[in-house]
Each structure stands twice: as structure tokens, then as C-alpha cells.
Ligand binder design. Structure first.
Ligand code: HEM
Length: 411
């Protein structure tokens, strides 16, 4: 199971050539071993589909350990007080909770954020996508991310929650600063910016909740503020964390899926033709966009119980595991010809939305929103082409393009 050091060195999220195309290095690591130790991050790293799939469902691991242990118990540093506001903003985020708190809060959220609510965005999302892409078509050359995907996705989640449209640029700025905290390489300047953004976002959300309480509009923030089950309700701090995680998670990955996926289509024009001709429905193509170039490449878990062994590797309580989603989604043991971008593959069992108790609560919305985007692109811009070679943000965990410059007609 020992991997040669030269191969381990290829897993380097600070290296721009690795970021540009991590898949050859991930394939070499995955072939060499199902699990390896990353000295840089002090994590066990899982490379194969089955191990990632099972680990997501293994209740002996958790996204956090603080419900079971103190930081001192596990020999971990106490939280840095400089980033206290950051920690506070996600204190009650589903992603920071394990049962019983996770079960309780997820149940209350699921009462108001339902697949039916997600499906109901279709008409408004189609109208918005049509307007924005019509404008892009008229301009001839445009950046699909800045001029379509971002405003579209933020407006959709904002309209579901009841955030005034004029405020959506604020949300984009805050979430871009906040997500830097989830990378493997984060500078203190980025931590400080993320913490400022978290404080501003909390203040804004507290105001929004107060406004919805005095004038309920039937949308999600108002619903979260009043949801109740058997006398149980969400506290203000829980509502704030929930609104922020829904707003942030509600557009970052969706925007990157559209960017990464449309890049894939334009590098494989035969596959784009299968969509524009109607041979492959947009809904089917979306699954391959998520699988082939995952917008979220890595998720972590802590070992909470004794006796855990993954892929034959014993792991001790307090050790951390990193699951490589992008690698799992390209594992030939699970997907035939995994490097082939096949719009019609139709395999919804990829790992893109996670699994187990933290399975993406927004998956129905993400699927609906992306399907509408691809349908509208195929309808209005079937002849779209790359106008320049796009480059990826220098981040690994959240994988997305800096811009996707496209052209139509004579553009
Ligand atoms: C293509 C777009 C998306 C992708 C690929 C994605 C992926 C994921 C993944 C992998 C997880 C599980 C993380 C883990 O197990 O550690 C997750 C959780 C979550 N996602 Fe998404 N997501 C997307 C869109 C959305 C949207 C649109 C929303 C909300 C509006 C959303 C809200 C959430 C929330 C709240 C969680 C936490 C669930 C929990 O911990 O119980 N996501 N997402």
C-alpha cells in the first residue's frame, strides 16, 4: 500500500498545474492505493468510489467531533479567537452538526425546504434564464459565469428564500469570501476576510428574519422563522446559520457545475450536439456534468469510535479522513470508461451530492436549476463556442472556473 513519494508529491493543491487537470494524478494515486496519508494536511485520503461511498454512510465517523470530545481530548488546538465570528455563523449549520442536533434541525428544515418547493422554481427560473441568455446572445461574446450562472443561481435561491433581488450582489461577495475557509491552503488574510464576511452576513440575516416576522411573505426565511413540530422550533441562531448555509451552498456549487460542465461540453462538441438535438435530455446530461468534473472535490470526516478500518487501514479516534469525490467519480471500478464525457450516461449514483445523513439537502433544487440552464442554453445558444481557454480558480476543494468566455454567431 506504500505509494512512492514522487507520486504522493503529485497531490499538491497549491500547484496550478495540478489544479488545471488533477485527474491524471488522481488516477495514478487511485491505481496505486485506495488510501494514503497526506503529511501536509495530516489526513488519511480515500481515492476509490466504494470506500468513499461507505465512509459517507459510516456513523462511526462525523463531520465534527465536538459533540463527543473536547479539542483537548483529541490533542487538537482550541479555535482561534480571531475567527470567532466565522465559527459563530456556522455554529448551527447542518454541515457542522451531528445527531441528535443534526437530526432535529434537518427535520425542521425538510418540512419547509421540500422537493416540491424546488420543483416550483421551474417557471420563474426558465423566464430568468431566457432573459439573461437572450442578452448574452445579443452581446455575441460573454462570460457565462459572471453574466449568466451567478446572477441566475443567486436569484433563484434568493427568490426561494425571499431575499430582495437588489441585495443579491452582497450575498455573492460574502459567500466568495466565506468559502475560502474550506480550502486546504488558506492564508490569514483570507481567514480575516471570511470572518468579516461572516459577521456582515449574520447581521444582514438577523435583519431579514426580523423583517419577515413583521411581514411574513410565505417564502423560506419566513417559513424557517415559524416552522414548528411537536412544540419544537428553530432558535434565532439556528435560523441564521441555516439561512446562510442555504444561500451559500445554494449557488456556489451550482454555478461551478454549470461552468465546469459547459466547458466539458465545448471540449466535446459531439456531446453538446446530442443535447441540442434532443437525443439526450438536459436532466440526464446534468448528472454527467457533476460526475465528470465535480465542483466539490473533497469532504472530510473525523474518526469518532475505536476499531475503524477503511480499505484495510486501521484509523484511530481523532484522526481525519479526506474523501476525494472527483477521484471516486472517475473510478473505473464503478464507472465504465470513467474519463469519457458521455452526456447520455444517465448514472445518477455518482457521489456528487454526498451520501448518508449529510446528503445534499439542495440536490432537488440544484438538479432543477441546472436542467433549466442546460435546456435554455441548448434552445437559445446551440451554436455557442469557447472564445478563449478558461482557467480554474487556484483552489482544489471548490473546483470552478475563473470565467467561461463564450461566443455565438459572429461574436
Ligand atoms: C450541483 C450543486 C450541488 C452540489 C454538487 C452539492 C453537493 C453537496 C454535498 C457533496 C454535500 C454533502 C457534504 C458532506 O457529506 O460532507 C452537500 C450538503 C449540503 N448541501 Fe449541497 N450541493 C449542491 C447544491 C446545493 C443547493 C442548491 C443547496 C441549497 C439550496 C445545497 C445545500 C446543502 C446543505 C444545506 C447541505 C448540508 C446537508 C447536511 O449536512 O445535512 N446544496 N451538498
Amino acid at each position: 500500500m506504500a505509494i512512492p513519494p514522487a507520486l504522493l508529491d503529485r497531490f499538491d493543491p497549491s500547484d496550478r498545474s495540478f489544479i488545471a487537470d488533477p485527474y491524471p494524478a488522481l488516477a495514478a494515486l487511485r491505481d496505486a492505493a485506495p488510501v494514503f496519508y497526506n503529511e501536509r494536511t495530516k489526513q488519511w485520503v480515500l481515492t476509490r468510489f466504494t470506500d468513499v461511498y461507505e465512509t459517507l454512510r459510516d456513523r462511526r465517523l462525523g463531520r465534527v467531533y465536538t459533540h463527543r470530545f473536547t479539542h483537548a481530548d483529541l490533542g487538537r488546538p482550541a479555535p482561534d479567537p480571531r475567527w470567532a465570528a466565522f465559527d459563530e455563523h456556522e455554529r448551527w449549520s447542518l454541515l457542522q452538526l451531528e445527531p441528535p442536533d443534526h437530526t432535529r434541525i434537518r427535520r425542521l428544515i425538510a418540512k419547509v425546504f421540500t422537493p416540491t418547493a424546488a420543483a416550483a422554481v421551474r417557471p420563474a427560473a426558465t423566464a430568468l434564464a431566457t432573459d439573461l441568455l437572450d442578452e448574452c446572445r445579443q452581446r455575441g461574446q460573454f462570460d457565462l459565469l459572471a453574466e449568466f450562472a451567478q446572477p441566475y443561481s443567486v436569484a433563484v435561491i434568493g427568490s426561494l428564500l425571499g431575499v430582495p433581488r437588489a441585495d443579491t450582489p452582497l450575498l455573492l461577495g460574502w459567500s466568495h469570501a466565506i468559502v475560502k475557509m474550506y480550502e486546504l491552503t488558506t492564508s490569514d488574510d483570507q481567514r480575516a476576510a471570511a470572518t468579516r464576511a461572516a459577521q456582515e452576513f449574520m447581521d444582514y440575516t438577523a435583519g431579514l428574519i426580523a423583517a419577515k416576522r413583521s411581514q411574513p411573505d410565505g417564502l423560506l426565511v419566513a417559513a424557517l422563522a415559524s416552522v414548528e413540530e411537536g412544540g419544537d422550533r428553530l432558535s434565532d441562531a439556528e435560523i441564521i446559520s441555516t439561512v446562510i448555509v442555504l444561500l451559500n451552498a445554494g449557488h456556489e456549487a451550482t454555478v461551478n457545475t454549470l461552468g465546469n460542465g459547459m466547458r466539458a461540453f465545448l471540449l466535446h462538441p459531439d456531446q453538446w450536439t446530442r443535447v441540442t438535438s434532443g437525443e439526450v435530455p438536459a436532466r440526464v446530461a446534468v448528472e454527467e456534468m457533476i460526475r465528470w468534473d465535480a465542483p466539490l472535490q473533497l469532504f472530510e470526516r473525523w474518526i469518532l469510535d475505536d476499531g475503524v478500518e477503511i480499505a484495510g487501514q486501521p484509523m484511530a479516534v481523532g484522526e481525519e479522513v479526506a474523501m476525494l469525490f472527483g477521484s471516486a467519480n472517475r473510478d473505473p471500478r464503478r464507472f465504465p470508461e470513467p474519463d469519457r464525457f458521455d452526456a447520455g450516461r444517465g448514472d445518477t449514483a455518482h457521489i456528487g451530492f454526498g451520501g448518508g445523513i449529510h446528503f445534499c439537502v439542495g440536490a432537488p433544487l440544484a438538479r432543477e436549476e441546472l436542467t433549466v440552464s442546460v435546456e435554455t442554453l441548448a434552445r437559445l445558444l446551440p451554436d455557442v463556442q469557447l472564445a478563449a481557454t478558461p482557467t480554474y480558480h487556484p483552489t482544489f476543494v471548490i473546483r470552478g472556473l475563473e470565467a467561461l468566455p463564450l461566443a455565438v454567431g459572429d461574436g
